[in-house]
Ligand binder design. Structure first.
Ligand code: IPE
Ligand code: IPE
Ligand code: MG
Length: 238
């Protein structure tokens, strides 16, 4: 069996720890989220040199609505501001942006900005940046199952064709390869409903760094460690 590439093609990041980062400085949680948003830009820029073609970042989960109204509203404002401010730079840097997650619960002004950015960067051929916004793995799989059931009911899909190859075509991530590496910052060792189906064979790195401190140098170190791992995918290596 050929040895797997030592660089991950697709890296997914659970950007955690913004609240604690702010708290340590005696500042409101939104201060941490703003600092976290600034980090995203540097990490996206670091991708080409590290050989990362796909970067997927967890920005807001289907469970994050449980936070205070102030924090949720502040995050939504931040997402809108981020898209408005960064759209041109992302386009100029040849980044192709996609969003995954359920848009139904998001406000129309935000959805318009998301659609606009996807459209604007659709012809770009550089880093594929996917932003998970109102995303939950279970929600995604459930929505996929609903669409699949609909296709079966309409006679468009034969139940015998449902397989682990056809099912992912119904997922939000249908155009993306599975992540090779999932990084979670802030020391928590859990998935929190991120890319459940897609991460079946991902390598995981749980690191203590809080997201606003996650620099391109730390990113490069984590990518370097990935190269040391032996990925077996259930097989036995010679
Ligand atoms: C991650 O940071 C960002 C979002 C979930 C939006 P947190 O806000 O979860 O920060 P901590 O975990 O409370 O420190
Ligand atoms: C996961 O972080 C979601 C995002 C990073 C957007 P959380 O901080 O919401 O997860 P839990 O609550 O620690 O599991
Ligand atoms: Mg958190």
């Amino acid at each position: 069996m050929p040895k797997e590439s030592t660089r991950p093609e697709h890296v997914a990041i659970i950007m955690d720890g913004n609240g604690r980062w702010a708290q340590m400085r005696g500042r409101p949680r939104l201060f941490g989220h703003a600092a976290g948003a600034r980090r995203v830009k540097e990490i996206v820029r670091a991708c080409p040199d590290l050989g990362v073609r796909y970067l997927t970042i967890f920005a807001f989960s289907t469970e994050n609505w449980k936070r205070t109204q102030t924090e949720v509203a502040g995050l939504m404002r931040l997402f809108k501001r981020y898209i408005r401010r960064e759209a041109q730079a992302l386009f100029d840097e040849n980044v192709r942006v996609r969003f995954i997650g359920d848009r139904v619960r998001l406000e129309p002004a935000l959805v318009d900005l998301m659609d606009g950015l996807e459209l604007m960067t659709a012809g770009n051929s550089g880093t594929n940046l996917t932003i998970a916004l109102n995303y939950g793995g279970r929600d995604e799989v459930t929505r996929a199952a609903r669409r699949l059931a609909h296709d079966v009911a309409m006679g468009k899909l034969d139940p015998r064709e449902v397989s682990d190859e056809t099912f992912p075509r119904y997922l939000d991530t249908h155009v993306l390869p599975d992540p090779d590496l999932v990084i979670r910052t802030s020391g928590e060792a859990r998935i929190s409903n991120f890319l459940l189906w897609q991460s079946a064979y991902a390598e995981y790195e749980f690191i203590d760094t809080l997201w606003p401190d996650f620099s391109p140098e730390v990113f490069a170190q984590v990518i370097g460690r990935f190269g040391q791992r032996e990925r077996r995918f259930g097989a036995v290596m010679a």
